[in-house]
Design a binder for this molecule. Sequence first.
Ligand code: GLA
Length: 692
Amino acid sequence: MNRKPETRCWKISIFLATLMVVRASIGLQGQTAAPQPPPLMLGTAWYPEQWPETRWEADLALMQQAGIHVVRVGEFAWSHMEPREGQYELDWLERAIAAAGRHGIYTLVGTPTAAPPAWLTRTYPDTLRMAEDGRRAEHGNREQYNFANPKYRDLARKIAGQMAKRFGHNPYVLGWQIDNEYEMASFDPDTKAQFQQWLKARYGTLDKLNAAWTTEYWSEAYSDWNQIPIQTGYGNPGLLLSWMRFVSATWRGYQKNQIDAIRANADTRQFITTNTMGWFDGYDHYTVEQDLDLAAWDDYVGQGHLDPAKNGAADDLTRGFKRKNFWIMETQPGSVNWAGVNNSLDKGEVRAMAWHNVGHGADVVSYWQWRSALNGQEQYHGTLVGSDGTPVPLYPEVQQLGTEFAKAGPVLAGTSPKSEIAVLYSYDSRWAIQWQKHNHDYDPVAELVSYYRPLRAISQSIDVIPPTDPLTPYKLVVAPGLNVLSDAAASNLIEYVRQGGHLVLGQRSAMKDQDNGLQPQRQPGPLADLLGGRVEQYYALIDPVPVTGKFGSSQGKLWAELLSANNHETEVLATYGESNGWLDGMPAAITRKTGKGRITYLGAWLDEAGMASAAKWMTDISGVKPALEAVPDGVEVCPRYGSKGTVYILVNFSKTQQSVSLPSPMTDVLEGGSKPSVTLPRYGVAVLSAAH
Ligand code: GLA
């Protein structure tokens, strides 16, 4: 037997191992190595700079007792880290990280660029953001900076680099959060010039831009790049969309500036993320997330109570950014301070919400915040300890979660959701509809959720992804309101149907091209031939319209598209009842089985009952199966799949106790034992594991 290759492998392994030890010991700089962080963690936002160091131990001990394993620090502490330009003071943060480590608590370090110090914006006034009305932001709140300003980027790069030099090899630092909730663009003259340059790079010539935006309309034609204004809300649709794309690219550049500073100084083990805001649409998240290692979002209910469909869809949206598990970087310990009514979540609801997040793929749930600063803008926000530093009534509920996460972590390690259905989401489409709603009640997120809700109830798992992602793994792909259809997305969808998939287009789909111009064919534009039908006319509705057919009898609201079929394979699924005369008796939904695949167009926004039976039809005909059959309404089933088996997280959001019979006995991870069924009180949770 020739042992040579093996010997060589051995030698390489020994060499690599030695290298790693040497590298680690250089990296640790005398610090002891941290053990592996638990696979499922509770966390909290902690602001050590707001408290005397003598208080830290007490806070960290209380965190440890609650089962908290990660703190996020630093994201608003720039004036504490760099009190004067170039004078970096990071010793306190190093001590805070070490103190947390002594309590078995890891750290996520935030770069502080969402809140620049007063000296900075005073010395360099152009670093302040300019609002659309021409007014400069001022010091005293946060997010007052200009995301496109080169000087600001220079200073941001320096502080991020200094921090990474100090903490980039710290064994207790798991990763980095860049800035905090990117939100506000700047409209200053320099940013406008950058926008014009960006347009030049995208379109190449003014002739191309003028053609794409049809600037013959209202004499809008441009003969110089510097004539192009910034418009938001109302303006040429091509210009509006371009501005949002520029804003997205600028946030990406803003972020990359800091990523590069960190990457140059940090272990690859440390990940880089930022915290997004669910359905927030101030930039295209698919653009900005490209350069990150991990997605994370801030999950706040605000007023009212958790809507599992809407919140679960936002979890799935976030999971779709990197196509893997994510973090809940912030969530409310009971209540927020910024809603109309800042009601608390009910007793048990915080725990139910956390498990629901985990069911959708969160591996960390972190509360904002540990304790309110004694002064400052957010004194009324929910916390885990009061202003006196002792636990609030919610603390034991979070502590229970801490114990449960410790039990379930090893079982959930390496598992993640897997779906047979993809719901397509695109920022371009959302903006395009919002700019020209045509019915002021038309909300594209509500439209998405109207599909998601019944489909999720049936399938128990959905991926939310952009229309250009690979689609072959899915049995059913649903595109609610895919208004802007790029050529690349159109080819992707056509190919998916050709390969045997079922594509369902929701109302308002495929009306616009990639420049937000009308497609030269009627909806669904480049997909009309495949559908063997089209939209003859759309109608904004004041009154609901009856719809009958395969989905039973229901009401269509807000919007109705009169469809036609022009291919013998195209079948009418539902028709409108008596309405405005135009719609009466005309097709509201059509489908065509073509080759191995199928394409369906639903032109009406059906009520909940109608959507539920439409979802039933879609899933039946596509062969989509639930993970667990016969689960009572209101019980959310969230399967996570791994190499050793499946873990089902069940959360009862109904108002009463519910029993769930299991297809075969499963291990009750939280309570122990093998169970043929489980009974869940309101907000009750079960974590059940079934080996292969
Ligand atoms: C956001 C911010 C936090 C805090 C919370 C309050 O998510 O990131 O700093 O202001 O809101 O809900």
